[in-house]
Design a protein around this ligand. Structure first.
Ligand SMILES: [Zn+2]
Length: 111
């Protein structure tokens, strides 16, 4: 197959080694730009993270909540979220040390 294929982002010819990986972009930057574009396209209709329908009003309500909770319910969920977020470094540290202890079970002698 000797067809020439062109980058969907900038129209440059896609190099052979990228075609082997079924790439549709000519270089890493174009691939990243395409990902950003697809994310933006999804985000217009749905939340990128939970895939629930989200209107622009809901999105701005979420931004407001994250900045400054307006109602007691918002305040409560905001504090719950802040506590969860504050606990994350400890959770990550515990996870990392758990991984470390499993790798130490098989000691490796470099000599
Ligand atoms: Zn390109």
């Amino acid at each position: 197959m000797n067809e020439k294929l062109f980058c969907v982002m900038c129209g440059t010819e896609i190099p052979e080694e990228r075609l082997k990986r079924r790439a549709v972009t000519c270089k890493e930057e174009c691939a990243k730009e395409r990902t950003r574009y697809l994310h933006r396209r999804t985000a217009r209709r749905k939340c990128r993270y939970c895939m629930q329908p989200a209107t622009p009003e809901e999105q701005s309500a979420f931004k407001r909540w994250r900045k400054k909770p307006a109602t007691p319910e918002e305040q409560a969920s905001y504090e719950h979220w802040r506590n969860w977020q504050a606990a994350q470094p400890a959770v990550r540290a515990a996870r990392a040390s758990a991984i470390e202890s499993t790798t130490q079970e098989t000691p490796h002698d470099p000599t």
